[in-house]
Design a binder for this molecule. Structure first.
Ligand code: NAD
Length: 321
């Protein structure tokens, strides 16, 4: 149990943020939550958290955690926090710390750091891996970037949310690793989707093929976890959206480009996720890329038209795939 009566602000109470904020409450922190969606905030309130627009509670907290969908939104929220900070008369003796646990773009993270430093606000990036199951069980993997002193200050808090907490290096390096991790994960997933569909056309049972991969060198998080849990049973309910995975792959692609790296793979993987996001409905889960792969790797016995019908359903929003 937390003995310091520390007040933590949490902005972004979505699929990941809400269970994380709940875990902070369970660890004895006082949690102040904020989300543009009132339903998420009311869940936190029911569990004992305080809610409301963050401009009302920023003066009361020592640390603010951000768990937001994109860098653009993170940048905007940080501007708003700074505007609040300009006007507030705080009794705080401790420096405010902001931890961006969203999957953000590392270059933006550095820009935000420069802005916050001018106001004597500490900042670190600490994105997560593990999905909603591990968010609920407080067993996320956390990859932090930033100054050693700031990491030390936040370590106990981070251990209330994750089992594996790594300090990677300078500010932005957590966000860099997160983008690269999800690029690897997306690449494994896409290639496994193609391999499974090819084996189906050949007449091999996907379950059998996946079992063989999992005892061989072709295994990955996708074959070991995503195929059995979300794809082969056609549940497609991992809780991590296709849009968010597309964003992460796009960030990785940009990072390779920014550093002038001569590689085509990030571009190809990103292109497939972009096509899938046009083909599938806007709230699609990222594991539904499997359904999109059907449209270009014909399902056995079906015509291309029949396969496109499987992907698009009645509301076809695709153009030219
Ligand atoms: P989500 O869309 O479920 O949640 C985001 C929340 O932010 C929503 O509740 C939304 O209403 C809120 N929000 C948006 N704009 C806001 C604003 N201006 N002010 C306050 N709240 C605002 O997304 P998620 O799946 O919880 O993902 C959050 C972050 O974590 C993303 O950066 C994502 O890439 C990353 N992530 C997600 C998973 C996963 O499995 N879902 C895993 C690892 C990392």
């Amino acid at each position: 149990m937390n003995e310091n009566n520390e007040n933590i602000g949490f902005i972004g109470l979505g699929k990941m943020g809400l269970p994380m904020a709940m875990n902070l409450l369970n660890s004895g922190y006082h949690v102040y939550g904020s989300d543009v969606n009132p339903a998420s905030a009311s869940e936190l309130q029911k569990a004992g958290g305080k809610t409301g627009h963050f401009s009302n509670w920023v003066p009361a907290v020592q640390t603010i955690i951000l768990m937001l969908p994109s860098s653009t939104i993170v940048n905007h929220v940080i501007e708003e926090i700074l505007a609040t900070y300009e006007t507030m008369h705080s009794n705080q003796t401790e420096r405010l710390t902001i931890i961006d646990m969203s999957s953000s773009y590392p270059h933006d993270t550095k820009t935000n750091y420069e802005k916050l430093k001018l106001r004597m606000i500490d900042f670190m990036d600490a994105p997560v891996s593990g999905g909603i199951q591990k968010a609920r069980s407080a067993s996320l993997t956390i990859m932090a970037g930033g100054e050693e002193e700031v990491f030390k200050k936040c370590k106990r808090l981070l251990h209330s949310l994750g089992k594996q907490v790594f300090h990677i290096g300078p500010l932005g390096s957590g966000h860099l690793l997160k983008a690269l991790n999800n690029y690897l994960s997306a690449t494994h997933l896409l290639s496994a989707c193609e391999a499974v569909q090819l084996m189906e056309r050949y007449g091999v049972q996907p379950e059998k093929g996946i079992e063989v991969f999992n005892h061989s060198t072709g295994r990955s998080g996708s074959t070991e976890y995503k195929f059995p849990s979300f794809i082969l049973n056609e549940r497609f309910d991992s809780g991590f959206s296709l849009e968010l995975m597309k964003k992460d792959v796009e960030m990785a692609k940009r990072l390779f480009e920014d550093y002038g790296a001569e590689t085509v793979l990030p571009r190809v993987v990103h292109q497939r996720f972009e096509e899938a996001s046009l083909a599938l409905e806007s709230l699609a889960d990222h594991t539904e890329i499997y359904r999109y792969v059907t449209s270009y790797l014909l399902k056995r016995g079906n015509s291309r038209e029949e396969n496109e019908e499987i992907v698009s359903g009645p509301n076809d929003i695709r153009s030219g795939i």
